[in-house]
Structure formats: structure tokens, C-alpha cells
Write a protein that binds this ligand. Structure first.
Ligand code: SF4
Length: 422
């Protein structure tokens, strides 16, 4: 494979420390590395090797693969034998699998919010030490991958699920890694809301300017909206020198995964040339569909098709400020849909549906769109009432009929009635 030209280097860059991942270096002033992740079943070695090669050929400097079971680890060993690409492993709940996969990969990604699942009485600090020992023994880097939908429950109960909880989680883990004498790590702080991605990464970079940052918007969704959403977050960060590696997460079929890398490279070239889409590329005011990029854990191959059907079937609601989340699996689906008005996540035969915090049940792939629309129509009715009430009170307020102090109460009551607040 002929080497691709490195991505352009937009000046100025934060002076983060260099972190070597196989043949590439993240941070330390090196070109921003574009990453992607396999959406194939890890146990399907032929398909996974083909996907790794396709992503690397498109320009991915690091390719991530999920490993949740011993069978995944065995498959990963064969994938490693058949590709020279830089590989990262994505660990979820079973952090101990790191010992099996570390000899096979160049980087280990762990999510602080998933460490509590196994061995609940063992402190998370011990588990991180285990990961550090394994990474050190096998010449691996580490990514501390914090995600808005899966913050450690102990931290979430103190700080909630917002920017503050994500930031505290990342800083706590950095402090521990430093204490353990392990500096070969980078951090990611991902949220499905571009504004939160900008905020949390700015704050992190101000507190830890030495730590390389992996940037991305989680569950950005389908192109072109998913690309616009990602650019709305990453353009202002990279333009300010924040960010050393990126991923554009897109809900696309397996055969089109290379589009993630192409979109990332295009964005970096545009930023270097001063061609910014800006926030107008993504208007968050109306209907917002978030969907995961799929991975080895997706439970039914109909997932991407389902996400596209949701988008088509809900176009009529484009003007309403409603968020619909569509996730590919039962592991992350329930948590990652927590902040959406309507959430769907795939099982092998059924799709789960929830409205706010209420689980409405499981529906077949044939039934789910009609049921979703019923729920959406209900929410639209509430929103219309709220909009009408807000407009009426606003007119009264302008005419001086409503005192200034009562206006926030009116808004709060209308929002509660419309189900916009808890
Ligand atoms: Fe993979 Fe599940 Fe996350 Fe989708 S929600 S990317 S299927 S782990």
C-alpha cells in the first residue's frame, strides 16, 4: 500500500507530549492522526481484516477493534497476523481481557465508566493499575475514553452526567496514571452535543495542556448531518490548537466505513486552509437524531437501515426541538439514550423503545417505526402547546401585562407540562 500524505498541520498546536502508537505518534506537534473503528464482527476474521485494510488505505493512522470475549481475543490474534496497521482495542466491561489482547495491539482504550461492572468490590484504582502494568509489559499506549452516556455511577451521582462529571472523571484518571508513572496515554471526552464537546475539551486542555486529546462527537449520526455535527465541535477546538487525533463517528453500512476517515481528512484539510463550516453547518434548534456508528457489538444488521428509516419517517417533525437516539446494542443502548426524548436500541429480534425515562417495551423491526411515530406525534402535540403558551405569554409580557418576575415561572411550568423537563 502506497503511503498517504500526512494530514495538514493547522497552526498553532498545543504542546502536548508525544504518545507513540505503533508507527504513528499522537501529540508532540505531530500531524493530527485520523482514526476509525471496525463495525464488523470481530470473530469474522476475513471481514475484519478487510475492514482494517480499507480504513488504513483511506488514511486511518489507528484502527480500533472491539474485544468483549475470549473468542474475540482469538480472532484478534489472527487479525494481527494478517495486517500491519496500527491497532487499538476497545475494552468495555471486561477490563481483564487487556492481558490477552495487549500483546496483539498498539493501544488499549478503556472507558472509566465501565470499570465498575466487574469485581465491584475492587477499587477502580486497582483496575487501572492492572491496565497500566499490562500496557507497560506489551509496549502499548492507553486512551482514557470518557463518554457522556456512561460516566462512572459514583461520580454521576455526585456530579450528574454533564460536562463537569466528564471532566472530573478524566482528571482523576490522569492523576492516577501520572502517580503510577505511566505517561504514554491520551484522553477523549465525547458527548453527542457538539457544544458540550467544545466546552469539556476546552476546560480539559486548560487544566492538562500536556495530555494529548482524541476528539470526536459520540453518536454523531448519519452523513451529512453527522459530519456537520462533528465539524461544529472539532473546528473551533482544532483552530485553537486543541486536539491531536480525531474520529468522525458516522452511522453508515460496513462497506462505507471508510467515509469516516475521508470526512476527517477533508475537515483537517479545510481547517488548515481556513475553510470552516462553522456552527451554521449544524443547526441544533430542530429535530436532532443521534445514532451510534455501530461496531462489533451491534445486535442486528438491520441497525443502519433502521436509523435511516427513523430519519426518513420523522422528517415531517424537522422544526421541533426533539431528540431521538438510535443505538445498535443492548449494552450501551439504555444508557446512551438517557438524555433523548425518544430512545431506540436494537436487540437481535426486537427494538426497545423508551420515552424520556420510561421504557415502553420491545417492538419488532416491522412495527417499530409506526410506534415511534405515535410517540413522536404525542410529543409534538405537547411542544405545540408549549410554543403557543410561550408565544401568548411573550406577547403579554411585551405588552406589560405580565410582571418580569413571573416570566421564568411561566416558562418553567410550560416546559414541565410539555415534558421538556423532569
Ligand atoms: Fe457499538 Fe453498541 Fe456503541 Fe453502537 S451503541 S457503537 S453497537 S457499543
Amino acid at each position: 500500500m502506497a503511503p498517504l500524505a500526512p494530514s495538514p498541520l493547522p497552526p498553532p498546536r498545543n504542546s502536548t507530549r508525544p504518545v507513540k502508537v505503533g508507527s504513528v505518534t499522537i501529540g508532540g506537534g505531530h500531524s493530527i492522526v485520523v482514526q476509525s473503528m471496525c463495525a464488523t464482527k470481530t470473530t469474522d476474521v476475513d471481514a475484519t481484516v478487510a475492514q482494517v485494510e480499507s480504513l488504513a488505505a483511506a488514511g486511518a493512522g489507528v484502527v480500533r477493534i472491539a474485544a468483549d470475549t475470549r473468542r474475540d481475543c482469538e480472532a484478534l490474534a489472527e487479525v494481527r497476523r494478517r495486517t500491519r496497521a496500527n491497532l487499538s482495542v476497545d475494552l468495555q466491561e471486561n477490563y481483564r481481557l487487556a492481558a490477552d489482547v495487549a500483546p496483539l495491539v498498539d493501544k488499549i482504550r478503556y472507558n472509566p465508566g465501565h470499570l465498575y461492572h466487574h469485581e465491584r468490590n475492587r477499587p477502580w484504582q486497582d483496575k487501572v493499575k492492572f491496565l497500566v502494568d499490562v500496557a507497560g509489559q506489551h509496549d502499548c499506549a492507553i486512551r482514557v475514553g470518557v463518554n457522556c452516556g456512561s460516566v462512572d455511577p459514583a461520580l454521576a451521582s455526585r456530579e450528574g452526567h454533564g460536562v463537569r462529571a466528564m471532566l472530573e472523571s478524566a482528571l482523576d484518571h490522569c492523576e492516577l496514571l501520572d502517580q503510577l508513572g505511566f505517561t504514554r496515554y491520551c484522553v477523549s471526552l465525547k458527548d453527542s452535543d457538539p457544544a458540550n464537546v467544545v466546552e469539556v475539551n476546552r476546560q480539559f486542555a486548560a487544566r492538562r495542556p500536556d495530555v494529548p486529546l482524541h476528539l470526536g462527537v459520540t453518536e454523531a449520526g448519519m452523513p451529512p448531518e453527522g459530519i456537520a455535527k462533528t465539524r461544529a465541535a472539532l473546528e473551533p477546538l482544532i483552530s485553537k490548537g486543541i486536539g491531536d487525533t480525531i474520529r468522525v463517528s458516522l452511522t453508515v453500512p460496513v462497506a462505507r466505513k471508510h467515509e469516516e476517515v475521508e470526512a476527517g481528512r477533508r475537515m483537517l484539510a479545510d481547517i488548515a486552509a481556513g475553510r470552516l463550516l462553522g456552527p451554521q453547518g449544524f443547526l441544533a434548534a430542530g429535530l436532532n437524531i443521534i445514532s451510534c456508528p455501530s461496531c462489533s457489538r451491534v445486535e442486528n444488521e438491520a441497525f443502519v437501515d433502521l436509523a435511516e428509516k427513523v430519519r426518513e419517517a420523522t422528517r415531517y417533525a424537522a422544526e421541533f426541538p426533539i431528540t431521538i437516539a438510535v443505538m445498535g446494542c443492548r449494552v450501551n443502548g439504555p444508557g446512551e439514550t438517557d438524555h433523548a426524548d425518544l430512545g431506540l436500541w436494537c436487540g437481535p429480534k426486537f427494538v426497545n423503545l423508551k420515552r424520556g425515562g420510561t421504557h415502553l417495551g420491545e417492538f419488532s423491526y416491522g412495527e417499530i417505526i409506526a410506534r415511534l411515530k405515535r410517540e413522536l406525534d404525542g410529543l409534538i402535540g405537547n411542544r405545540k402547546e408549549w410554543i403557543a403558551e410561550a408565544q401568548r405569554r411573550s406577547a403579554e409580557y411585551d405588552a406589560g401585562a405580565t410582571s418580569a418576575s413571573s416570566w421564568p415561572d411561566v416558562q418553567a411550568r410550560a416546559r414541565r407540562q410539555a415534558g421538556l423537563d423532569g
